[in-house]
Design a protein around this ligand. Structure first.
Ligand SMILES: *Cc1c(COP(=O)(O)O)cnc(C)c1O
Length: 426
């Protein structure tokens, strides 16, 4: 495998589940449910492991905020020397609030507004990944208005067919909405080189998410390196960054995680000798296995020959099962030893509100706690207030300490932005 034993933040002491040195039952007793619990040690382990795999070449890791933008996680990443990758003005603001400086931030996104581009230029971010010729021109004029020079990188659609868990998490195939079509990149590069307020400093791609194979990274990196030489021949002198995006997968069930040893052997040699600094934008890989959703069983029900476990968490806390058909391991926090075949569903008024279907798992009853594993990425960030449900609290554990890092929303939070009586304008 070439990556040794992955640190597991969650383990059993006798029958009881622990996050690092703290009992999950105890945390849930104090912080309530539904609740996200994050393991700091797991996040450190994944960051350090990926950093070590890239050690052969100059490189930087820019954690992708959209996987989990919790401030405690951002500060942990920052303390390890990581930067961030943001895809909206809101994420840029969050990154700045967590202490990241402009030079630590990469700004991307398929549909940036003029206001967001202005915000990114003013923040003096490391570079902005542009996705079209029109965006390059808009950025040039905004930088001009601000009397600044903006650092630009081109997000290339590498047009590589990949195997991924779900259609919705592929982003780098021909015809996708993301990036500049491969054959147009040299033309857009020429445009960028002529813009007076821009410096072309990088090339970027993002293949998709939950990838376990290394070949697409090798093929995509080759394509970027090829474009780099073509642009240099056209006079590009300032290209410094080779950003190969995120996408490294994690284990949810029995998936084979990407072999980081092979990654080093197959991708790094392509970068050596180019003089470029390799950038990666990992999200899921850093936080996916570091988070658990803890829920309480409200009811058991039998209907139409099926057994239901009705929990106090559902698609409002974890959208992945209903949106992507994603699998998340579920166990009882305190195991009895008995099992049953059930559908685990939430309290939302939607038939698509489920956490697991037709699952053989620990036998549980009303009042028991459920542990839903591997929700650190694309969990809390995708949660909603649908059915007027306050968002869940979040906790971080570090060794034998734990702390609330996001308060549970209150009922008054739900109506905070509402204006009860419209003041009509004529
Ligand atoms: C979502 C995204 C990432 C992170 O993807 P993961 O699969 O979570 O690693 C990186 N870069 C870009 C541009 C993204 O949109």
């Amino acid at each position: 495998m070439g990556q040794g034993v992955l640190t597991a933040g969650f383990s059993r002491v006798d029958n009881a589940l622990h996050c690092e040195g703290v009992s999950v039952e105890r945390i849930a007793g104090e912080a309530g449910t539904p609740l996200f619990v994050y393991s700091a040690a797991t996040i450190r382990d994944r960051f350090t492991r990926l950093d070590a795999a890239l050690e052969g070449v100059p490189h930087r890791l820019h954690y992708t905020l959209k996987a989990n933008a919790n401030r405690a996680i951002l500060e942990l990443v920052r303390s390890m020397g990581g930067g961030v990758d943001v895809v909206s003005g809101g994420e840029l603001y969050r990154a700045q609030q967590a202490g990241f400086r402009g030079e630590d931030i990469i700004f991307g996104g398929v549909g940036k507004t003029a206001a967001e581009l202005r915000q990114a230029v003013e923040a003096d971010v490391l570079f902005i990944n542009a996705e079209s010729e029109a965006e390059v021109r808009l950025l040039d004029s905004i930088a001009g208005e601000l009397g600044m020079r903006a650092r630009l990188s081109l997000r290339v659609n590498p047009e590589i067919t990949i195997e991924s868990a779900h259609e919705y998490i592929k982003t780098g195939e021909k015809g996708h909405k993301f990036g500049i079509p491969y054959d147009d990149v040299v033309h857009v590069g020429k445009v960028a080189l002529q813009c007076r307020n821009l410096t072309l400093v990088g090339l970027d791609m993002h293949l998709g998410s939950q990838l376990s194979r290394i070949d697409p990274y090798r093929a995509g990196t080759q394509r970027l390196v090829q474009l780099h030489s073509e642009l240099v021949a056209l006079g590009a002198r300032d290209i410094r960054w080779l950003d190969i995006g995120g996408g490294l997968g994690v284990r949810y069930d029995s998936e084979e995680p990407p072999d980081l040893g092979r990654f080093g052997e197959e991708v790094l040699p392509l970068v050596e000798g180019t003089g470029l600094t390799l950038v990666m934008e990992p999200g899921r890989f850093i936080v996916g296995n570091a988070g658990m959703l803890v829920a309480r069983v409200l009811y058991r029900k039998r209907s139409g020959g099926k057994d239901y476990v009705i929990a106090d968490a559902g698609m409002t806390e974890l959208l992945r099962p209903s949106h992507y058909g994603a699998y998340h391991r579920i166990e009882a926090v305190i195991r009895s030893g008995d099992t049953a075949r059930v559908d685990v569903v939430g309290p939302i008024c939607e038939s698509g509100d489920f956490l697991a279907l037709d699952r053989e798992m620990d036998q549980v009853g009303p009042g028991d706690l459920l542990a839903i594993y591997d929700v650190g990425a694309y969990g809390a960030v995708m949660s909603s207030n649908y059915n007027a449900r306050p968002r869940a609290a979040e906790v971080m554990v570090d060794g034998d300490r734990w702390a609330l890092v996001t308060e549970r929303e209150s009922l008054s939070d739900l109506v905070r932005h509402e204006i009860a009586t419209p003041s009509w304008r004529s």
